[in-house]
Design a binder for this molecule. Structure first.
Ligand SMILES: Nc1ncnc2c1ncn2[C@@H]1O[C@H](COP(=O)(O)OP(=O)(O)OP(=O)(O)O)[C@@H](O)[C@H]1O
Ligand SMILES: [Mg+2]
Length: 261
């Protein structure tokens, strides 16, 4: 599918984010720019500390309060500026229209609740009026969707019973529960070994093809970029753009190799 045929659903323009620290205000993002299209994956790459996660937190409205704030720029999501959206309305978009998965699923999963309970809680949040039986059926369907072996049994297990790869699949299931338009993935496979990483990436590509969601894929791994991304924005010292240098990526999914860079 060509870029021209995909709908532009998120446009980040001139985004600046600051943190208030003991040493005063520090500007972390100095004008971040990129476009995200439906059904396509934007890779967000750049050296450690350049602001990739802060960019994701800015989009999600998850900057640490009160000292993290957006000071300039626009995050245009389907005509709504998320940069200035009141928290009350952002709450409806976060985890609903835009979801996120993190590098370490253990920090996002609750260790004392079963996998099934956590999935059912997310489902209840997004689809009011479901009975417990319906919630459990929907949770099971999500477990099947992310290809967790023996899904029924896993629902009654706890995060520590699962392997790292399976936990990440549970996180993906939770992120998909609300059928998001955009899925932000912050280094989702970095902590996994190579074969598990490959199967998770394949799963995510398949889910994207099925759902048509857009993805923002944060990674420092150019092999992953080649595998996953249609466009690439390179961040350096808090700025970024979809650089022309990477324009070959527009058609080169699955054909680029790290050597190409
Ligand atoms: N809560 C915070 N308070 C103050 N400064 C922060 C906070 N979180 C991040 N920073 C600073 O913001 C800058 C960007 O951090 P960020 O985590 O976005 O980098 P990154 O590109 O995601 O790096 P990595 O690839 O290592 O994950 C860094 O200088 C970091 O120290
Ligand atoms: Mg980061």
């Amino acid at each position: 599918m060509g870029q021209q045929m995909s709908e532009l659903i998120l446009q980040v323009n001139g985004l600046e984010t600051e943190f208030d620290t003991d040493e005063g205000k520090i500007k972390i993002l100095h004008g971040v720019n990129f476009d995200v299209y439906a059904g396509r994956t934007l890779g967000l790459v750049g050296e450690s500390g350049c602001g990739k996660s802060v960019t994701a937190m800015s989009i999600m409205g998850l900057l640490p309060k009160p000292y993290g704030q957006i000071t300039a720029g626009v995050i245009d999501y389907r005509g709504t500026d998320l940069a200035t959206l009141p928290a009350q309305q952002m709450y409806k978009i976060r985890g609903n229209r835009i979801s996120m998965i993190f590098q370490d699923p253990m920090t996002a999963l609750n260790p004392v609740h079963s996998i099934g309970r956590q999935l059912m809680e997310v489902l209840a949040l997004h689809q009011a009026g479901m009975s417990k039986v319906q919630q459990r059926e929907a949770a099971l369907a999500l477990m099947e969707k992310v290809k967790i072996p023996m899904p029924e049994r896993r629902l009654d297990e706890y995060p520590h019973n699962l392997s790292g790869g399976m936990r990440q699949r549970v996180m993906i299931a939770m992120a998909l529960a609300c059928k998001p338009d955009i899925l932000i993935c912050d280094e989702p496979t970095t902590a996994l070994d190579v074969t598990v990483q490959a199967s998770i990436l394949e799963l995510m590509n398949g889910l994207q093809a099925e759902t048509g969601m857009a993805m923002i894929f944060i990674t420092h791994d150019l092999g992953v970029v080649a595998e996953m991304c249609d466009e690439v924005a390179v961040m350096y010292q808090g700025g970024s753009s979809n650089t022309p240098m990477f324009s070959t990526c527009l058609t080169a999914r699955n054909t680029l190799t790290p050597g190409t860079f």
